[in-house]
Design a protein around this ligand. Structure first.
Ligand code: 5RP
Length: 223
């Protein structure tokens, strides 16, 4: 069974006619977008705010009407994937490099649903290296600042070239130390001048949708 397809498509059950939707990035949410597209073809009215150039293209191909965030008063619901989800609804995101726009959209949304296959659910965040978006200027100094926080950063490369985000920045993937306070880490990283944002989403997710051992959908709602 394709767990990504199952959770990605099930999230559409939470979408109501007329909603403005934050559309995340990645293979899981691509199933959400495809299903939404099929509903739009049948006359269902929604508006999407894409979190990346990739998602924008996918949503347009699916026929979903889009709007830029600056033309929207409020996002009703954001749906996005994650690289890791802990039992307190905290996330590591940014494996696909879209963490900054994803975080802006999640913050702007009244409600945020995370769609995650069972392999993403962890007791403790940190096996997946934490993506940090950094400006190209002064990259070495910024990386040193990250190292000084006790992280092991590695600059992301694609085919030998530095990876570029949709915002023209770079990504540094960081191995976390065994023991670290995630709330402090999120703030400390963002106080380094060259850091734009990081992939820790602390206390942002309202609902986590995943799949249990019996291959049934499980929906956990934060109290
Ligand atoms: C992109 C992300 C994605 O949500 C995350 O990488 C999960 O992707 P996938 O659904 O392909 O496993 O944070 O920046």
């Amino acid at each position: 069974m394709n767990e990504k397809k199952l959770v990605g498509e099930t999230a559409v059950d939470y979408v109501k006619e007329g909603m403005v939707l934050g559309l995340g990035t990645g293979s899981t949410v691509s199933y959400t977008i495809a299903k939404l597209g099929r509903l739009v073809q049948q006359g269902f009215s929604i508006k999407g705010v894409p979190s990346s150039v990739k998602t924008e293209k996918l949503a347009l191909e699916a026929g979903i009407p889009l709007a830029p965030l600056d033309q929207i008063e409020q996002i009703d619901l954001a749906i996005d994937g994650a690289d890791e989800v802990d039992l307190n609804f905290n996330l590591i995101k940014g494996g696909g490099g879209a963490l900054l726009r994803e975080k802006i959209i999640a913050k702007a949304a009244k409600s945020f649903i995370v769609v995650a296959d069972s392999r993403k659910i962890v007791k403790k965040l940190g096996t997946f290296p934490l993506p940090v978006e950094v400006v190209p200027f002064g990259l070495r100094m910024t990386i040193k600042g990250i190292q000084d926080l006790g992280l092991s950063p590695e600059i992301r490369q694609i085919k030998g070239a530095l990876y570029k985000t949709d915002n023209g920045n770079n990504i540094v993937d960081c191995k976390l130390p065994e023991k670290i306070n995630l709330e402090h880490l999120e703030q400390n990283l963002n106080s380094i001048p060259g850091v734009v944002d990081n992939g820790l989403f602390i206390g942002m997710a309202d609902t986590v949708m995943t799949v249990n051992n019996e291959k049934h959908i499980v929906v956990n709602v934060r109290k």
